[in-house]
Design a binder for this molecule. Structure first.
Ligand code: C2E
Ligand code: MG
Ligand code: MG
Length: 783
C-alpha cells in the first residue's frame, strides 16, 4: 500500500514546478530583453551626446588651428609687404648693392626663399638669386602685368602666383610697393616657402585623417599638409566649399576629394592676404576616440553574456522540464505499477487466503482467524468448539463419477455448510474433502449437540442435480472443545480430527465429541502398548477366522484370520485397540510374524486332520510390506509347515501403497512370483482408485463395509458399488464385499455382480474349532 501522503508529495512535485518553471523562464527572458533594450538605449543616447561633444571639441580645435594658421600666414604676407617697403626706400641704389640688400633680408627671414625686385613694368631690377626667372614666374608676371592697373588699383596689394612645379612648395608673392617716389613704384617678388611654413604645424596633433589646406581666394587649393607629409596635386583642384561668396569663415561637412569618408572642415579667409586656410579631419576619427568602441564592445559582450546566460537558463530549464516530464512519466508508470502490484497482491492474498474451489478460507487462513478468535475466547465466558468434517466416500465419488462431479459436490456441500452456521463462525476447507468450523460464542456447551445434529442432517440431505446426478453424501464429524480439548488451533484440529475418525469408525454420517480415551495417552491404550511385546512372547494372541462365501453357490472360498488379544485383565481385546499403536511402534512386524506363523500352524494342523482347506488370508500392515523380507519369510514358513502357496493369501490396505511405493510393489511382485494371492482390503475408504492399482499384482478387491452398509439406503452408493464391481472385473479382479449384515445387502450385491461376500450375516469371526466346522460344512447358505 502506498501512503496517501507519499502520493500527494508526488502529485505536488509533478504539478508544481513544471508549470511555474516555464512561467519563470518566460518572465526572466522578458526581463532580460527589457534590461538589454534599456542598456542599449541609454548607451546609444550617451554615445550620441559624447559624439556631439567630440564634434564640438574637434570643431573648436579646428577653429583655433585655422585661426592660428591664418594669422601666421597674414603675418608672413605682412613681412613681405614690409620687405617691399624697405627695398623700395633704397630704389636708387645700384643693382649689385640692391641684390646684396635683398640677400641680407632673405637671410633674416627663412620663410622666403628668394626675393626679387621689379619696376612698375615688371622688369627685374635686382634679385637675391643670380638665376633668371623661370617660365612659370614669367607667365605669372605677364598675367599680373596685364592686370597691373587692376592690381594697383585694388586693395589686393599682394598677388599669389602658382605653386612652382620645379621648386616644390614655393609660392610667388608679388607685393606692390606703392610708397616710393611716384611713378617709380615697383614690385617685390617674394618666393614663399610654403613647405617650411606648413612644417611649423607638423607637431600639432591632427590625427591620422587631419589635413591643412591652403587655398587661393578663388578656392583653388595651393597646398595640403597631411600627417604623412605635404602633398600637392599635379592638377590644382578647386574646393569652392571653402570659398563661399557670402562668408569669410565657416564650418563644412562633406566628402573631400582624395579623402575617405566624411570630413569636418573649418575654413577661414586670411586677413590682409589672398589666402584661405581650411583645417579638416575625418568624422570617423573624430568619433573614434576609442571610448565608444569600448563601450559598444563592453555592452556587446555584456549582452552576449546575458543572452548566453539566458540561453543557458532556458536550456537548463528545458532540460529540467524534460527531466521532470520523464520523471513524471516514470512516476506515472511507477504509480500504475504500484496499483497493478497492489491489485496483484490483493489477488495473491485472496488466492493465498481462500480456497479457489469453494471460496472458503484455506487451511492457513482458517488457522490464523481461528487463532485470533481463540485469543478472544480466553477472556470470554462463552464456549468455543472446533468441528472437523469429512465427506464420507468422497474419494469414490470422485473416481467413479468424475472429478468435475466431485468438485461440484464439494461446492454444494460447502455452501450448505456455510449457510447452516452463523456468520460469526469460521469455516475453512482444510484440503480434499475435509472441512473445519470454529463455532464461536455458544452460550451453553449443550447447544453444540443441536448444531452438530442439524449440520449432519442438513449435509446428509441428497444433493439434487450434481451434473445430472442425485448424490447422497453424509459427513463424519468430530468435535473438540476449547479449552478442555486443546488450547490452540493445532491441538483442537488434531483432536477434532481424531473424533471425526471415531465417527467414521462408528459407521459414518454422525458426530462424535473428542474423548481423551481415544487418545493414545489414555491409560489403557498405553498399558496395552507397553504390554504387547510380552503378550506376543507369552502367546496371549489368538486368531479368529471369518469365512468368505461365493455368491454363486455359497461355497466357502476362504477364511480371513483376524487377530485378538486374550488379555489377562481386559479379556478379549480387538485389533482396533492395539494394531495402530503396534504399527506406530514398529511392533507390528513382530506381531505380523506371529500371525503368519499361527496361520501356517493352523493350516498345517487342518491339513494333518484332513479338514478340507481353503486359502487362509491374513492382514499385512504397511510396515511389514516395506520390510522386504516378507516373501522370504512366507516362503520359509510354507516350507517349514509343508504348505503350498495356495494355502495362504494376504490382505493389504491402501495405506500400504502410499509413497514410497516402490519397495511395497517389489514385495508384492515377489509374493506373486511365490504364488500368493493378494487382496486389497477396505477398498473405497482411502485414496486409491482402480486405475491406480491396475498394474499391481492384486487379484481381489474387498469393498469397504461402509458402502455395503449404505448400499440399500443410498441410491448413489449402489451406483458406486456397481461401478467398482464392473471396473474390477474389467481388470480381471475378483470382488469381495465385506461387512454384509443383511439379506437385502446380499441380494443387492448378487444383483450387482459381486463375486463373494463376508460379514456377520453369514458368519462372525470365529475361533478355530468353529472355523473347522464351517470348513467341513463347506457352504454357508443364507437363510
Ligand atoms: P479388516 O481386515 O477389514 O477385517 C474386517 C473387520 O470387520 C474385522 O474387525 C471384522 O470383525 C469386522 N467385520 C466382519 N464382518 C462384519 C460385519 O458384518 N459387520 C461389522 N460391523 N464388522 C464386520 P476386526 O477383527 O476388529 O479387525 C479390524 C481390523 O484390524 C481389520 O480390518 C484389520 O485391518 C485389522 N487386523 C485384524 N487382524 C489383523 C492382523 O493380524 N494383522 C494386521 N496387520 N491387522 C489386523
Ligand atoms: Mg482384512
Ligand atoms: Mg476390511
Amino acid at each position: 500500500m502506498i501512503p496517501n501522503t507519499f502520493r500527494s508529495v508526488i502529485a505536488k512535485r509533478l504539478s508544481g514546478p513544471v508549470g511555474s518553471s516555464q512561467r519563470l523562464q518566460w518572465i526572466s527572458i522578458a526581463a532580460l530583453v527589457i534590461v538589454l533594450a534599456l542598456m542599449w538605449l541609454l548607451t546609444w543616447q550617451r554615445l550620441r551626446a559624447e559624439a556631439a561633444l567630440l564634434e564640438k571639441n574637434a570643431e573648436l580645435q579646428q577653429r583655433s588651428l585655422a585661426a592660428i594658421i591664418a594669422e601666421n600666414l597674414a603675418q608672413v604676407v605682412d613681412r613681405s609687404r614690409l620687405m617691399a617697403v624697405t627695398v623700395d626706400h633704397s630704389a636708387d641704389e645700384d643693382q649689385s648693392s640692391a641684390s646684396a640688400r635683398l640677400t641680407s633680408m632673405l637671410a633674416s627671414d627663412r620663410i622666403f626663399l628668394r626675393l626679387a625686385l621689379y619696376d612698375s613694368a615688371l622688369n627685374r631690377q635686382s634679385s637675391s638669386s643670380p638665376f633668371a626667372d623661370g617660365p612659370e614666374i614669367k607667365a605669372f608676371l605677364q598675367r599680373v602685368g596685364n592686370s597691373t592697373d587692376d592690381l594697383l588699383a585694388t586693395d589686393a596689394d599682394v598677388q599669389v602666383g602658382p605653386l612652382l612645379k620645379e621648386n616644390a612648395w614655393q609660392v610667388p608673392l608679388l607685393v606692390s610697393a606703392p610708397n616710393g617716389h611716384p611713378p617709380q613704384s615697383g614690385y617685390l617678388l617674394a618666393m614663399l616657402d610654403l613647405g617650411y611654413f606648413l612644417q611649423l604645424y607638423r607637431n600639432i596633433d591632427m590625427g591620422t585623417t587631419g589635413s591643412i589646406h591652403i587655398l587661393g581666394l578663388d578656392g583653388v587649393e595651393i597646398a595640403e599638409a597631411r600627417p604623412e607629409g605635404l602633398s600637392l596635386s599635379q592638377q590644382p583642384r578647386r574646393l569652392p566649399q571653402f570659398a563661399p561668396a557670402n562668408s569669410s569663415e565657416g564650418l563644412w561637412r562633406g566628402v573631400l576629394p582624395g579623402h575617405e569618408g566624411e570630413q569636418l572642415a573649418r575654413f577661414q579667409r586670411v586677413e590682409r592676404a589672398p589666402f584661405i586656410v581650411a583645417v579638416s579631419r575625418g568624422m570617423q576619427e573624430i568619433h573614434s576616440n576609442g571610448s565608444s568602441l569600448r563601450v559598444w564592445g563592453i555592452l556587446g559582450s555584456l549582452s552576449f553574456i546575458l543572452a548566453a546566460a539566458a540561453w543557458g537558463l532556458v536550456r537548463s530549464t528545458r532540460r529540467q522540464q524534460t527531466l521532470l516530464e520523464a520523471l513524471h512519466a516514470s512516476d506515472e508508470e511507477k504509480r500504475e505499477l504500484i496499483v497493478h502490484l497492489e491489485s496483484e497482491t490483493t489477488r495473491a492474498m485472496t488466492l493465498a487466503s481462500f480456497d479457489h474451489l469453494t471460496g472458503l478460507h484455506n487451511r492457513r487462513m482458517f488457522n490464523e482467524i481461528a487463532a485470533s478468535h481463540l485469543e478472544g475466547a480466553r477472556r470470554s465466558r462463552k464456549h468455543y468448539m472446533l468441528m472437523y468434517l469429512d465427506l464420507d466416500r468422497f474419494k469414490l465419488i470422485n473416481d467413479t463419477l468424475g472429478h468435475h462431479v466431485g468438485d461440484k459436490l464439494l461446492r454444494a456441500m460447502s455452501e450448505r455448510l456455510r449457510s447452516n452456521v452463523r456468520s460469526s463462525d469460521v469455516v475453512g476447507r482444510m484440503g480434499g474433502d475435509e472441512f473445519a468450523v470454529l463455532i464461536t460464542s455458544l452460550d451453553r456447551p449443550e447447544d453444540m449437540d443441536a448444531l452438530a445434529s442439524k449440520l449432519v442432517a442438513q449435509l446428509s440431505l441428497p444433493y439434487l442435480d450434481i451434473d445430472g446426478h442425485e448424490i447422497k453424501a453424509s459427513p463424519s464429524v468430530g468435535i473438540a472443545s476449547f479449552p478442555r480439548d486443546g488450547h490452540d488451533v493445532t491441538t483442537l484440529c488434531r483432536h477434532a480430527d481424531a473424533a471425526m475418525y471415531e465417527s467414521k469408525r462408528m459407521g459414518r454420517g454422525r458426530f462424535t465429541y473428542y474423548n481423551a480415551s481415544q487418545n493414545p495417552t489414555n491409560d489403557r491404550i498405553l498399558q496395552l502398548e507397553r504390554q504387547l511385546p510380552i503378550a506376543i512372547d507369552k502367546d496371549e494372541l489368538v486368531l479368529h477366522f471369518q469365512p468368505k462365501v461365493d455368491l454363486a453357490d455359497y461355497r466357502i472360498t476362504g477364511l480371513e484370520a483376524l487377530v485378538r488379544w486374550q488379555h489377562p485383565d481386559h479379556g478379549l481385546v480387538y485389533p482396533g485397540d492395539f494394531i495402530a499403536s503396534a504399527e506406530k511402534s514398529g511392533l507390528i512386524v513382530q506381531l505380523g510374524d506371529w500371525v503368519m506363523k499361527a496361520c501356517c500352524i493352523q493350516q498345517a494342523q487342518w491339513k494333518a486332520q484332513g479338514i478340507p482347506r481353503v486359502p487362509l488370508a491374513f492382514n499385512v500392515s504397511p510396515r511389514q510390506l516395506r520390510d522386504g523380507s516378507l516373501a522370504t519369510k512366507i516362503a520359509q514358513l510354507l516350507q517349514d509347515h509343508d504348505l503350498s502357496p495356495g494355502d495362504l493369501e494376504i490382505e493389504i490396505t491402501e495405506n500400504c501403497l502410499v509413497e514410497p511405493v516402490d519397495q511395497a510393489v517389489k514385495v508384492l511382485e515377489d509374493l506373486r512370483k511365490l504364488g500368493i494371492r493378494i487382496g486389497l482390503d477396505d477398498f473405497g475408504s482411502g485414496f486409491s482408485s482402480l486405475s491406480q492399482i491396475r498394474d499391481l499384482p492384486i487379484s481381489t478387491v474387498k469393498i469397504d463395509r461402509s458402502f455395503i452398509n449404505d448400499i440399500r439406503s443410498h441410491k448413489d452408493v449402489g451406483v458406486i458399488v456397481t461401478s467398482i464391481i464392473t471396473l474390477a472385473h474389467g481388470l480381471q479382479m475378483r470382488v469381495v464385499a465385506e461387512g454384509v449384515e443383511l439379506m437385502d445387502q446380499l441380494v443387492q450385491l448378487k444383483m450387482a455382480g459381486c463375486d463373494e461376500v463376508q460379514g456377520y450375516f453369514l458368519s462372525r469371526p470365529v475361533h478355530s474349532a468353529e472355523a473347522e466346522k464351517l470348513l467341513v460344512q463347506a457352504t454357508i447358505v443364507p437363510t
